[in-house]
Design a protein around this ligand. Structure first.
Ligand SMILES: Nc1ncnc2c1ncn2[C@@H]1O[C@H](COP(=O)(O)OP(=O)(O)OP(=O)(O)O)[C@@H](O)[C@H]1O
Ligand SMILES: [Mg+2]
Length: 504
């Protein structure tokens, strides 16, 4: 069979890094080809080259045997190639429909924007995705999971032969991911060839025909899915065995550090008047408390409330080490010893025009200061320690944060907050987009921090993650707490049951 795409000795150098080093492989027509590898392995870079986003590289690309060179994403689109980006590329202040049709606006016969036509087409696409967002809703008001669906709708809006999906499920819950897989099934029936990147290997093994493993910019091996297994692929990716982890044993929870009583968060203008309703729980020092729930259950909102970052004023009370507190602003929460690592790193976590190092040190500059002036060497050494402790892969302190791989950006943000020496660490889906090896490191780090006396609250869209990490798990459904499980009681099944237990 003539390959649909041939990648021949593709090399991409960035200042200080060789992101891809003579990578060669073929993609067959109609196959679902997965690309896996650790954070920073070069997956996204390769996909950006294939989709014209990075026009400048060494080596050659062939499409149906013909050498091609894309000047930009538009010219790759003309050859039927589209990409769903890992870091969402949406315009915040435009509606869902305007984003879906950005740059390809429909016009009516008088040449005016056909808003209604676009809204209708968007509604259709969203319906196919079984997603209930209104086409007119502004993207900035949507949560990441919904934004990811808009990004997918955008790619599906035009006929494509080759669809590149760069971690399409990283912000989706399992149910939403299942929806996406049904769509992938339909696309494959239509003969669409799919290049698929994911850190979730179960996903890769249920979808892919072939799997290409990249490591440090080099191709390690290409495998037929049927001839390999998760363990073998993991080994190729990280170069070592990843053991099943038993983290919780022997942890000693200490005194109560935070107590939440009857926390309610109003939801003005919504049929369900409360975003969160009567949430009560306590967090102890040295314990990891998990918050489970489907998308929209209120996980993120709960963490935002505790951090003084919710747009509405919550009612109820929060006691911090026995003292009643009410945070009107995140910096008050920070000063009281609370840190929040947000789920939406691109929008709320990163300072895109600062270096990796400055992103780490930004909340703790006072520790590097003397007489009101920041001492750069001190700033570097503090940030450097944290970067080292978390294993953030960055060429230098000065490297632009945006040039770090997704997982390494996430680690940089966690490093920033750990420098603030918090009493309570709130982590909203912290391993989103983080590779298996780095995930293991993050789990161990959380376990260690917890044993040092930190109280940790963590949410995750992956239940196995909560089951590995947490001493207790609270389950939310539509803003209410429907269950609480101890480590020994918690199973995926009982949690799912509680997460879907609606008020009758
Ligand atoms: N624009 C850029 N400028 C400088 N370096 C870059 C740029 N884009 C990527 N890199 C570097 O190239 C390497 C590969 O990055 P890439 O984003 O392709 O990794 P990835 O495999 O997609 O990782 P992840 O799983 O974290 O998304 C990394 O070392 C990254 O820091
Ligand atoms: Mg990537």
């Amino acid at each position: 069979m003539t390959p649909l795409i041939s990648i021949l000795k593709v090399t991409k150098r960035f200042p200080g890094v060789v992101a891809l080093d003579r990578v060669s492989f073929d993609v067959l027509p109609g196959e679902l080809h997965a690309i896996v590898g650790e954070n920073g392995a070069g997956k996204s870079t390769l996909m950006k080259i294939l989709s014209g986003v990075i026009p400048d590289f060494e080596g050659e690309l062939r499409l149906r045997g013909q050498a091609v060179r894309f000047a930009d994403a538009r010219s790759a689109e003309k050859h039927g190639i589209r990409i769903i980006h890992q870091e969402l590329n949406l315009v915040e202040n435009l509606s869902a429909a305007a984003n879906v049709f950005l740059g390809r606006e429909k016009r009516n016969r008088w040449g005016l924007l056909d808003d209604r036509g676009m809204a209708r087409a968007t509604a259709d696409l969203l319906q196919q995705l079984e997603c209930h967002i209104s086409p007119s809703q502004l993207v900035r008001t949507l949560r990441v999971g919904d934004q990811q669906l808009i990004e997918i709708a955008k790619a599906l809006a035009v006929e494509t032969d080759i669809l590149i999906m760069d971690e399409p499920t990283s912000a989706l819950t399992e149910a939403e991911a299942a929806r996406l897989f049904r769509i992938i099934g339909r696309l494959r029936q239509r003969g669409v060839t799919i290049l698929y990147i994911s850190h979730k290997l179960e996903e890769v093994f249920s979808l892919a025909d072939r799997i290409t493993v990249l490591r440090d910019g080099r191709l390690v091996q290409m495998l037929n899915r049927h001839e390999t297994n998760v363990r073998a692929v993991t080994h190729l990716m990280v170069g070592r065995e990843i053991e099943a982890m038993d983290l919780g044993t022997g942890r000693q929870a200490g005194a109560i550090v935070m107590e939440v009583r009857d926390l309610c968060l109003p939801w003005p203008g919504h049929a369900r008047a409360w975003r969160l309703q009567n949430i009560s729980f306590a967090l102890r020092r040295g314990e990891i408390l998990g918050i489970a729930g489907l998308m929209g259950a209120g996980r993120t909102e709960l963490l935002e409330c505790l951090f003084g970052a919710s747009s509405e004023t919550p009612t109820g009370s929060v006691l911090l080490e026995g003292r009643s507190v009410r945070f009107a602003h995140p910096w008050e929460a920070r000063a009281a010893g609370i840190a929040l690592v947000t789920e939406d790193r691109k929008r709320l976590g990163l300072f895109a025009n600062l270096s990796a190092g400055a992103n780490v040190s930004i909340c703790t500059l006072e520790r590097a200061a003397l007489g009101g002036l920041v001492r750069p060497r001190r700033e570097r050494s503090l940030a450097g320690e944290a970067i080292h402790k978390l294993g953030v892969k960055t060429a230098a302190f000065e490297t632009a944060i945006t040039s770090l791989s997704g997982g390494n950006q996430q680690k940089a943000i966690i490093a920033r907050w750990l420098l603030t020496k918090p009493k309570i660490l709130l982590l909203d889906d912290p391993t989103r987009g983080v590779d298996i090896g780095a995930k293991e490191e993050l789990y161990r780090l959380m376990d260690q921090l917890c044993r040092e006396g930190l109280g940790i609250i963590v949410t995750s869209s992956e239940l196995p993650e909560l089951l590995t990490l947490c001493d207790r798990i609270l389950v939310l459904c539509e803003g209410r707490m429907t269950a609480e499980f101890s480590r020994s009681e918690a199973t995926e099944q009982v949690i799912m049951e509680a997460a879907t237990r609606r008020e009758s």
